[in-house]
Design a protein around this ligand. Structure first.
Ligand SMILES: C[S@@+](CC[C@H](N)C(=O)[O-])C[C@H]1O[C@@H](n2cnc3c(N)ncnc32)[C@H](O)[C@@H]1O
Length: 333
């Protein structure tokens, strides 16, 4: 098939229920795999299988983040909702919506509330809609399938009167690289509007990096399967031929940057063909691909980052072991 007609045919096709443009993924993959240190974007980790694996990760004994965040939401749900008094809730990177559901159940508040779950993954959004219809039938749900880069037009801009709570759970903000993160802070502040509140999931720096590393390298191998699934997504969507079994899951704590990295390491030399782009990429033995960063914060570092966007932490809520925080922020210095 000629390149142009092929591009047209592929651009609107869907796989596994995901409806985004395959070329968007293809160009990202090509950029990432031709860098001096190879990299793939974590935003494509959540296809149907990725979504199922992430659900399992939330229940893993090593993944303290999920439990800690739920503990705060259960215990502080009423306080959070009385502080924000929202009539709209925008959940950025909503996933299955389980954290929001826990918050609303803890506070006993759904009526009169408009809920906008925003996520790139259709698989995740479907789980979210089903869960809310089943467990919180009074909630008005307006799902938005969009990338963090492009959801601006899909969620209505806040007016002077809007009281909006913007949530970003699961430490997802920490998955952005530092410059993108600072840019995104400004977007979050604009999304909340002048009378809005931000509630952000923050994974705290642990004195023992091994605890953090174990959270991304569990004994049952679920996170390893989640990470390797990214290669399968590329195989399925881009007609690529990664031998997934020829890559090992790797977790590294980068002290200088204060983040965890997930990587995939090639066991031996191989050449991977990306059929959709008619290109191939070479891997040397032991060569690594970075697939996710996940920043870990001190309270001071987090507050400094927030101040770049003119946001101030009003309440710093943590779990009983002080491993995770859910700060409430509003505009102002
Ligand atoms: C770590 S999960 C958190 C899910 C949920 N908030 C929770 O805490 O359980 C990150 C979520 O953000 C979504 N996501 C990641 N990158 C994205 C992007 N660039 N644009 C839109 N959604 C994205 C993923 O599909 C996934 O559902």
């Amino acid at each position: 098939m000629a390149a142009s007609s092929r591009a047209e045919a592929a651009s609107h096709s869907s796989h596994d229920g995901e409806s985004y443009d395959r070329y968007e993924l293809a160009y990202d993959v090509l950029d990432g795999l031709t860098r001096p240190f190879k990299e793939l974007s974590s935003r494509f980790l959540y296809d149907k299988r990725g979504a199922e694996l992430f659900d399992r990760i939330l229940g893993l004994p090593e993944y303290y983040q999920g439990r800690a965040e739920m503990e705060i939401l259960r215990q502080q749900g009423t306080l959070i909702m009385s502080f924000a008094e929202p009539d709209e809730l925008v959940d950025v990177g909503a996933g299955s919506g389980v954290k929001t559901k826990t918050l609303l159940e803890a506070a006993g508040r759904t009526s009169g509330l408009r809920y906008f779950p925003v996520d790139k993954s259709l698989a995740m959004l479907r789980q979210c809609i089903q869960q809310m219809e089943r467990d919180l039938p009074d909630l008005a749900v307006a799902p938005v399938q969009a990338d963090f880069d492009s959801f601006d037009g899909s969620v209505p801009a806040p007016t002077r009167e809007t009281k909006r709570l913007v949530t970003m759970f699961g430490g997802t903000l920490g998955n952005l690289l530092p410059g993108s993160r600072l840019r995104f802070w400004r977007k979050l502040a604009a999304l909340a509007g002048p009378r809005g509140t931000l509630l952000l999931g923050v994974d705290l720096l642990n004195e023992d990096p091994q605890v953090t590393e174990a959270a991304y390298d569990d004994a049952a191998g679920v996170t390893s399967a989640f990470n390797k699934n990214l290669l399968q997504v590329i195989n399925d969507r881009l007609e690529a031929d990664f031998d997934v079994a020829a890559f090992d899951h790797l977790v590294i704590f980068d002290d200088a940057n204060g983040w965890i990295e997930m990587r995939l390491r090639a066991r031996h030399r191989c050449r991977v063909q990306i059929g959709l782009l008619d290109r191939s990429v070479q891997f040397e033995p032991g060569e690594e691909i970075r697939t996710e960063v996940s920043a870990k914060y001190s309270q001071q570092d987090f507050e400094r980052e927030a101040s770049w966007a003119g946001m101030q932490v009003r309440k710093w809520l943590t779990d009983s072991a002080s491993q995770f925080a859910l700060p409430l922020l509003t505009a102002g210095r």
